[in-house]
Ligand binder design. Structure first.
Ligand code: IPD
Ligand code: CA
Length: 287
């Protein structure tokens, strides 16, 4: 028997198996990127031509573009993956732990979009058993495509990105956001802003699109982000992109962030403890 032949054959089988799983997630990533680009075309068209706006609740808007973009993304993904499930901000409502789940925010930053402010993210995450393994966030106005595959790093327009190197809050720009309804999360967020200013941080920002806030942390434009009330579609793709760029994403207990959480911190590794301490001090993480 030719043993060397068997050895080579076994190795080849192993290599082929590895490639199969790799190719799968790369295929998923390009499918998500294509779906985001398709949705972007519709969003930009409506931005130019005009669109209808409705209120889901006080200050909580939904536009014609949100609905059309979610429909476009799902239709596009279904062409390639007809059996997969979808959880979207507007219509699709599968459960978080379903297998082969796509979590979609068709326009993150709807209020920006409705007011003509060109800062939004089209956020698409592909999850296995509730864990994002591919994440894509596309900003159609700046044409920036942020992408990540679990354990393979994160990119911005195909170039590797990493979180900042700021060592403490006093050399950081911190971003946050506020949910539409008024509650203790708003007062806690505001108290934290006061402390951050006292600590001479380089700036506080509120840009209005959580998915983009996370991507800006991932590429080092922001050093840290916190928000005290979010939905899974706001952060599913962004959390993976931050982690793959070398950042930290945690929930209110200091545990690894999951899609069941709604309060979160995302930072570079150096400033995590300091930001967490501030949020604990103002009571944000005790509720
Ligand atoms: C909102 C944005 C905003 C954040 C809100 C989100 P939407 O998402 O991400 O930055 O502060 O909590 O609800 O409604 O524009 O998709
Ligand atoms: Ca959102």
């Amino acid at each position: 028997m030719d043993l060397s032949y068997i050895f080579i054959e076994k190795n080849q089988i192993k290599v082929n198996q590895m490639n199969a799983s790799e190719i799968n997630l790369h295929e998923i990533k390009s499918c998500a990127e294509n779906a985001a680009l398709k949705a972007a075309t519709e969003i930009l068209r409506l931005h130019n031509d005009g669109f209808l706006i409705n209120e889901k609740g006080p200050a909580n808007l939904v536009t014609e573009a949100d609905l059309l973009a979610e429909k476009t993304i799902i239709e596009q993904i279904k062409l390639q993956f007809p059996t997969h499930s979808f959880l979207g901000e507007e219509a699709a409502k599968a459960a978080i732990n379903e297998d082969n789940l796509w979590v979609i925010d068709p326009i993150d930053g709807t209020n920006n979009f409705a007011h003509g402010i060109p800062h939004i993210g089209i956020s698409i995450a592909y999850c296995q058993k509730g864990i994002p393994v591919v994440g894509v966030v596309y900003q159609p106005f700046s044409r920036e495509m942020f992408s990540a595959i679990k354990n393979e790093g994160a990119t911005l327009n195909d170039r590797k990105i990493s979180v900042s190197k700021a060592k403490n809050i006093s050399e950081s720009v911190i971003v946050t956001g506020f949910h539409y309804d008024f509650g203790s999360h708003i007062t806690d967020s505001l108290k934290a802003i006061e402390v951050l200013i006292q600590k001479n941080c380089h700036g506080i920002r509120r840009f209005g699109a959580a998915s983009m806030d996370l991507c800006y942390v991932a590429c080092g434009r922001f050093d840290g982000y916190y928000e005290l009330k979010l939905c899974p579609w706001d952060f599913a793709a962004g959390m993976l992109i931050v982690k793959e760029a070398g950042g930290i994403t945690r929930n209110l207990f200091g545990e690894e962030l999951t899609l069941n959480d709604y309060k979160l911190i995302a930072t570079n590794p150096q400033i995590y403890e300091e930001l967490k301490e501030i949020l604990t001090e103002v009571g944000a993480f005790n509720k």
